[in-house]
Design a protein around this ligand. Structure first.
Ligand SMILES: *Cc1c(COP(=O)(O)O)cnc(C)c1O
Length: 426
């Protein structure tokens, strides 16, 4: 049933490290061969063996309208005809920037880059440049891309491999990164007390890279208060949660206002786009207005901008979309929980907008350490068996699931039914 993928994987491994261009795709934490994808169709993926899967990964978040959305495809095709890249300004960039700036009171300007990693890396340089301080605070289990200073016991790929950090990152670059426990107010206070020279606190306000673990409102408020007290900037990394948890991302679900916000994933609708944004006084310090350097040959790529613009336009127009998406996320997670209860399997579930998460454990985790206590063997078995039944969940318990707009109640009910058969045997 996976014959062609098994062969393709073998071929890929000869010329690409591990056969993949991003480690989590290798299925290392659940075992088996990753299906090689031939095409997407709405809520579904079809692999090169012809297997069809209901896709809860959606390219790890970007595809909120599912695969091959006609409007987005049309916008992309129209732009492609005029050229792929110019390395010169286009009106599309201003349009997408205006569209986002208008949505947020705390954002006056935004700059586009080509990935989430780049967005966060640039945001941190900006925070350091503006505050003229070197140290940063990050939280265990939050993933902010693979730039050097952030590869300290990161979540996602690295957590999956159980490595605290990566070789190739000089200790000298890490020494400015202070790690603190997520949702732990006391420890964060101590971090500020014991370290001076803190430029910023960076946080996923809804963590999605240790599974779905939202920050408590009290914790976010403390982040804001301490940043203000010590003259540090607060960065919300909304690369995953932006336009996913709500139209305004995690920012739309809290009163806490960050100084800098980073975007990625949904902002490009499947094309490589990242962005970072802030108010005038901060963004004006960025090159060419200011001295803080940041650049990119393909930044603001017209085809990518066209995709993002159409996607955002659709999201803004559809007033009920997040309610609709969340209803489906709740239908799925409630269904899974009910089935798990039937077989006495402890399962914790949660949703935020179109994001959902589930953990095989007795108590909902609030930080990375608690996520580590979950039953990973059981997850791997669940993942394998659901895949064989045609349901494509993220291949690690450290990942978040995504609902797309083309998913129907019928799709979800079929999934719950399959989960019933699978959990019976777990
Ligand atoms: C995915 C992600 C990143 C990295 O984005 P890439 O486009 O993969 O470089 C950074 N931060 C968060 C919160 C993410 O989910």
């Amino acid at each position: 049933m996976f014959n062609k993928s098994i062969k393709a994987y073998k071929e890929a491994k000869k010329v690409i490290p591990g056969g993949v261009d991003s480690p989590v795709r290798a299925f290392n934490s659940v075992g088996g061969t990753p299906p090689f994808i031939a095409q997407g169709k709405g809520s579904y993926l079809i692999d090169i063996d012809g297997n069809k899967y209901l896709d809860f990964v959606q390219s790890w978040g970007p595809l909120i309208f599912g695969h091959c959305n006609k409007d987005i495809q049309k916008a992309v095709q129209k732009t492609v005809k005029k050229g792929l890249s110019f390395g010169a300004p286009t009106i599309l960039e201003t349009k997408l920037a205006s569209s986002i700036v208008k949505m947020f009171d705390n954002i006056d300007q935004i700059r586009f880059v080509s990935s989430g990693t780049e967005a966060v890396m640039s945001a941190i340089r900006l925070a350091r440049g503006v505050t003229k301080k070197d140290n940063i605070i990050k939280f265990e289990g939050c993933y902010h891309g693979h730039s050097d200073s952030l590869l300290v016991s990161a979540g996602s790929g690295l957590a999956t491999f159980g490595e605290p950090s990566s070789p190739g990152v000089p200790a000298d670059l890490i020494k400015h990164t202070i790690l603190s426990e997520y949702n732990n107010i006391k420890q964060l206070k101590e971090c500020f007390k014991n370290n001076s020279d803190i430029a910023c606190v960076i946080i996923e306000p809804i963590a999605g890279n240790m599974g779905l673990v939202p920050a408590s409102q009290k914790f976010l408020k403390t982040c804001r208060k301490l940043c203000d007290k010590y003259g540090a900037l607060l960065i919300f990394d909304e690369v995953m949660s932006g336009f996913r948890a709500s139209l305004k991302g995690a920012s739309g679900l809290t009163d806490v206002v960050p100084d800098i916000v980073t975007f990625g994933k949904v902002i490009g609708a499947g094309m490589p786009v990242g962005a970072f944004a802030s108010r005038d006084e901060i963004m004006n310090q960025l090159s060419p207005n200011g001295a803080i350097y940041q650049a990119g040959t393909l930044s603001g790529n017209p085809v990518a901008m066209a995709a993002g613009l159409k996607s955002l336009e659709k999201l803004k127009k559809d007033k009920n979309i997040y309610k609709r998406l969340n209803k489906k996320a709740v239908r799925l997670t409630k269904g899974l929980k009910k089935v798990a209860q039937k077989y006495n399997i402890p399962l914790q579930v949660d949703t935020r907008g179109s994001m959902f998460g589930f953990f095989f454990c007795k108590k909902a985790p609030t930080n990375m350490k608690e996520v580590g206590l979950c039953d990973f063997d059981r997850f791997a078995k669940f993942h394998n068996r659901m895949l064989k039944k045609g349901f494509y969940f993220a291949c690690s318990q450290y990942e978040t699931g995504f609902i797309c707009d083309t998913m129907t109640n019928n799709d979800i009910d079929r999934c719950i039914k399959a989960a019933d058969q699978v959990m019976k045997s777990l």
